[in-house]
Design a protein. Structure first.
Ligand SMILES: C[S@@+](CC[C@H](N)C(=O)[O-])C[C@H]1O[C@@H](n2cnc3c(N)ncnc32)[C@H](O)[C@@H]1O
Length: 339
């Protein structure tokens, strides 16, 4: 195949928003679920989804060019392996991601220029409030976001395999969300107890899941604000997918609160995307650098390199240990010790 010209590459890049919106519409209409195990014409799909037949036909043709569908109206449109990921019922589904990236995440990106000029968060500029406040007021979008977070939890199962919790008495999951990770760690560590810490309404929602897993008697639920304080008494503290939501100043406040709650020698586990050094893993690096811009636009947070984490942790009195444990979904487990 001839090499793609710079002009063609640029054209494809500037059309990125078209693809994002086409995927969002496909996801929101539930086209992939309609096409589960069958081919269908644009007319059949329009009837099933309530869409306008001619407009849908043109969208379907575009989705074929994107590699999401194959076929045409003669034999019917079918999902490709890429398109299968817009189904709701497949492992690794990205349907909720397509919806978020085409709605509130998309609108927030409309303010990227404001962020680049001022350093302020695009989301707050566009919506007049931070993303977590917005989601608290929009329960449907919040549930869709939670479903996406849950789909990305495959890496939880590996955490007790790469870190030995057997010596731990009390594990504190700081901003532990629905308790999925703490539950996985406690299930693998029968002698340990846990403290799940998050905001009040998130803690209330986590209770049922922990009860269903038979773990509630070993797990205390604590509601609060980690920018004010963090529960004391643990010997292992966990921060999973938290630090990248915040700028360095607020991370320092959170880490200092962890430091105050911890005894000397206690362990702090950090689960995040890590920006690989240049030349190490260019695919993961490209993904992490794209996510970094997304965090900048959405929350004022950032993705970090190992060295970024080392110096951030040092400002709060933690020593980052050199070893990195790769996990599924491009996640990494880092270990720090309270000095
Ligand atoms: C991206 S989720 C990560 C949840 C979980 N650690 C995981 O990996 O699935 C971020 C969590 O931070 C919590 N959070 C945000 N701000 C907080 C605050 N000020 N105090 C405590 N928890 C907070 C949210 O409620 C949410 O559960």
């Amino acid at each position: 195949m001839p090499e793609e010209s710079p002009s063609s590459i640029m054209l494809r890049l500037v059309q990125g928003a078209w693809a994002t919106q086409a995927l969002h519409v496909a996801a929101a209409l539930g086209l992939a679920d309609e096409l589960r195990d069958r081919a269908a014409t644009s007319r059949e799909l329009a009837e099933a989804t309530g869409a306008h037949a001619d407009s849908l036909h043109r969208l379907l043709r575009y989705l074929v060019t994107l590699g999401v569908l194959e076929g045409d109206d003669t034999g019917g449109f079918r999902l490709t392996p890429v398109g299968e990921l817009l189904r709701t019922d497949v492992p690794g589904s990205q349907r909720e991601r397509a919806i978020a990236y085409g709605t509130w995440n998309y609108q927030a990106f409309g303010g990227l220029s404001h962020t680049i000029r001022t350093g302020q968060t695009a989301f707050d500029h566009v919506f007049g409030m931070p993303a977590y406040d917005y989601l608290a007021r929009h329960p449907d979008e919040a549930r869709s976001f939670d479903r996406q977070m849950q789909r990305e939890e495959a890496f939880f199962a590996k955490v007790p395999e790469v870190y030995d919790f057997s010596g731990a008495n009390t594990i504190v999951d700081v901003a532990g969300g629905n308790g999925g990770l703490l539950g996985t760690i406690l299930a693998a560590t029968p002698a340990a107890r846990g403290i799940l810490f998050d905001t009040e309404h998130v803690i209330a929602a986590a209770r049922d899941g922990l009860r269903e897993r038979g773990l509630l008697d070993r797990c205390e639920l604590a509601g609060g604000n980690f920018l004010e304080s963090v529960p004391s008494g643990g010997d292992v503290y966990v921060l999973s997918r938290i630090l990248h939501n915040w700028d360095d100043v607020r991370c320092q406040t959170l880490l200092t609160n962890c430091y105050k709650a911890m005894e000397a020698g206690a362990a702090l586990l950090i689960l995040e995307y890590l920006i690989p050094d240049a030349g190490v893993d260019e695919r993961v690096r490209a993904y992490a650098l794209a996510l970094d811009v997304n965090m900048m636009a959405l929350s004022g947070g950032r993705e970090r390199t190992w060295e970024d984490f080392r110096s951030l942790l040092a400002t709060a009195g933690f020593e980052l240990l050199p070893r990195r444990h790769p996990l599924p979904s491009n996640m990494t487990l880092l270990m720090a010790r309270r000095q």
